[in-house]
Design a protein around this ligand. Structure first.
Ligand SMILES: Cc1cc2nc3c(=O)[nH]c(=O)nc-3n(C[C@H](O)[C@H](O)[C@H](O)COP(=O)(O)OP(=O)(O)OC[C@H]3O[C@@H](n4cnc5c(N)ncnc54)[C@H](O)[C@@H]3O)c2cc1C
Length: 427
């Protein structure tokens, strides 16, 4: 006897196929909303395809890159999500999507679908990068975070034996480009890691030569943040000794130095590139209407015009703030909310019921400014300093997928406060 809710493997071959591309915020939250509601009468089977076998909690990546949280603790295996017997997971890279043929090509073969959810996220926008043999770090994957952490520790190791003053200066200069949420949170985390942990271990390095810079093209950091919160954040960065350059850009990256605004040369071996996002290449190749960031212009119900049964969510979808008419920024919050609406609308499709529109609203703003400060706002209520950071920590640890991850993340934070961050250089 089948349970009332449908098990994937027990569906007849006539079952309608729901295919989800991407196991990030959009994809996994869609699963979480869809699975408990889907029942046998819906006669549907769900397959999710993603290039990693885990869901990655991106907002905590800068804490991984600076040794406060263990990499594994911000990742959750997709196969271990609740109701795992009701969906099929395929670890594969999606190569292309043919909306007209209703086919998806992956490294594990071709898949067809009745309903498709495009939740492949975005990639870091590298369009402003000009390089003359120099490389930059990005922060988008678990690998990026581990690689960056190893690099930061390794430049300290090299600097501790470097005799040449200019080369030592380059090794100890860290440049983050992009003063948005990711860049600001990362630059402060690097500052804390360097000055609270590494400095104590590399005692004969003169802290006065360590330089941490944030380069932003706009005239303020995190331009979307409320003016008062933004001003507080800016003041904190300056008090921490971070050299913030507004209305500036890295115009050329060389192997051991960068040019800023085509005029200033700064020796450095560490440039971290965070400004903005660009379309996932699979989405970029789709012949549908898109915005300037390459996001698909979806309908109120998150559907892709001209292709019934196809939805786009998260960083793949362009939606507007109904209050301002402005395109909403890519965010985990939006991905999670859209996943809920898309799940509802797929069920409505299956059951012939009314669909629900997605209405953007985000009354929260929260930014971490290192281990003991932050800014937070909820509607007109604003908080600065420790309690804002506390809300950030509580919020993000609670939002992370499973109890296991929550406990591990909170434990990591507590341990790093007492014993310091992890400074092991793991090859
Ligand atoms: C470092 C960092 C910090 C952030 N901090 C915040 C924050 O504090 N608050 C906030 O609201 N937002 C934050 N964001 C933004 C937020 O994480 C994204 O907006 C959100 O993840 C978008 O969800 P998504 O499902 O569209 O994409 P993602 O969560 O990126 O998921 C996309 C999934 O698709 C997979 N994938 C991609 N291409 C392929 C392919 N070709 N084949 C198979 N699988 C593929 C990826 O591996 C991933 O699993 C942050 C982003 C980053 C990078």
């Amino acid at each position: 006897m089948l349970p009332e809710t449908a098990a994937h493997s027990q569906q007849p071959s006539s079952a309608r196929k729901i295919l989800i591309l991407g196991g990030g915020f959009g994809g996994t939250y869609l699963l979480r909303h869809l699975l408990p509601s889907l029942n046998r009468k819906d006669n549907a089977e769900i397959t999710i395809v993603s290039d990693e076998n885990y869901f990655l909690f991106l907002p905590l990546l800068h804490e991984v890159a600076t040794g406060a949280i263990e990499p594994r603790h911000v990742a959750c295996p997709i196969r271990s999500l609740p109701f795992s017997d009701r969906f099929k997971f395929i670890r594969a890279v999606v190569d292309s999507v043919s909306l007209s043929d209703r086919r998806v090509s992956t490294t594990a073969g071709t898949l067809d679908y009745d309903y498709l959810v495009l939740a492949l996220g975005s990639v870091t926008d590298m369009s402003g990068l000009t390089s003359n043999g120099g490389s930059v770090f990005t922060l988008k994957t678990l690998h990026d975070a581990r690689y960056l952490k190893n690099h930061i520790i390794s430049v300290f190791e090299q600097a501790s034996v470097e005799k040449d003053a200019e080369r030592r200066q380059g090794l100890l200069t860290f440049i983050v480009t992009g003063g948005g949420y990711i860049g600001v949170q990362l630059v402060v985390a690097i500052r804390d890691f360097v000055f609270q942990d590494l400095r104590n271990l590399y005692r004969h390095i003169d802290p006065a030569i360590i330089k941490i810079m944030l380069i932003e093209t706009d005239r303020k950091i995190i331009p979307r943040l409320h003016t008062k919160l933004g001003a507080y954040a800016m003041r904190q960065l300056q008090l921490m000794g971070i050299d913030v350059r507004l209305k500036s850009r890295v115009t050329m990256v060389h192997e051991d130095h960068v040019e800023i605004n085509n005029t200033q040369i700064v020796p450095t071996n560490t440039v971290i590139w965070t400004p903005g996002v660009a379309a996932n290449p699979v989405i970029a190749r789709l012949d549908v209407k898109k915005d300037s960031l390459g996001r698909i212009l979806v309908s109120d119900h998150l559907g892709v015009a001209g292709f019934p049964g196809v939805y786009a969510i998260g960083d793949c979808a362009h939606c507007e703030d109904p209050k301002t008419g402005q395109p909403m920024p890519p965010s985990a919050h939006a991905g999670v909310r859209q996943a809920k609406v898309a799940a509802h609308n797929i069920l409505a499709d299956l059951r012939g019921k009314d669909k629900r529109p997605y209405i953007y609203s985000n009354p929260f703003e929260v930014v971490s400014l290192g281990s003991s400060r932050g800014v937070f706002s909820f509607h007109r209520f604003r908080l600065y300093g420790f309690w804002a950071r506390f809300i950030w920590m509580a919020g993000y640890s609670l939002l992370s997928t499973k109890a296991y991850n929550r406990i591990r993340i909170v434990t990591d934070w507590l341990l790093s406060m007492v014993f310091g961050r992890d400074t092991i250089l793991l090859k």
